[in-house]
Ligand binder design. Structure first.
Ligand code: ADP
Length: 221
């Protein structure tokens, strides 16, 4: 395995993108760039961006393309991402963002776009049980007996349900995914840059499939 990679992980909310991105970022030694985490950090810090984003996120909407492209463009220009690469989680989410990303990546094109495929019925169940550490972002699965918040095993922070993991906001996000994000499968597929990976199975099994797809895409023709 050669360290360094330039990857995008697409997929429905609750498909397990976050967990798999953390593992891929360790495997390839690249930064995990999650736009959701960046926006949640801005909300915690109380910046102007955070105040604006909170309302949109809690309603399950999408933050505007110009803002998101600006944030991601700045991040991809930092040294670690320029030299080693990155794994993008939660971006792009619209065709407009994908077109802007093509302009940003320019002479350092993506290795592959991975689409983590999990059916809608299954992700609805998973998101309802999702709990997240508000400090370090580690994901947990609630078994319904726990009282919230619990203490994060990784950093000692509070583990809670995300403010946007309410049934209404989840449904809105999934509808927006079908409308705005699923066209990216065609966008990247027609350019021969897409690998669809079955996201149903244990985290280990799914991770093995993802790495196999990356290695296949990087094999010299
Ligand atoms: P999920 O995949 O569960 O929707 P994320 O953590 O990726 O969660 O994103 C949380 C929220 O942040 C989104 O619902 C949206 O409001 C906002 N967001 C994140 N990334 C983007 C993006 N690329 N474009 C627009 N909004 C975004």
């Amino acid at each position: 395995m050669i360290p360094g990679a330039r990857l995008i992980l697409l997929g429905r909310q609750g498909a397990g993108k976050g967990t798999q991105c953390v593992r891929l970022s360790r495997h390839y030694v690249v930064p995990h760039i999650s736009t959701g985490d960046m926006l949640r950090a801005a909300v915690r810090e109380g910046t102007e961006l955070g105040r604006m984003a909170k309302q949109i996120m809690d309603a399950g909407g999408l933050v505007g393309d110009d803002i998101m492209v600006g944030i991601v463009g700045d991040r991809l220009n930092r040294d670690d991402a320029r030299t080693r690469g990155y794994i993008l989680d939660g971006f792009p989410r619209t065709v407009g963002q994908a077109e802007a990303l093509d302009g940003i990546t320019g002479e350092r094109p993506l290795d592959v776009v991975l689409d983590l495929d999990v059916p809608r019925e299954l992700v609805l169940e998973r998101i309802s049980a999702r709990r997240v550490c508000r400090d370090c972002g580690t994901n947990y699965v609630a078994k319904s007996t726990e009282r919230t918040p619990w203490i994060c095993e990784v950093c000692g922070g509070d583990v809670m349900q995300r403010d946007d993991d309410t049934p209404d906001a989840i449904n809105r996000r999934l509808d927006l995914y079908e409308e705005q994000t699923s066209p990216l499968i065609e966008y990247y597929g027609s350019g021969g840059r897409l690998a669809v990976v079955d996201g149903v199975g244990t985290p280990d099994a799914v991770f093995t499939r993802l790495v196999a797809a990356v290695e296949l895409a990087r094999r010299p023709a």
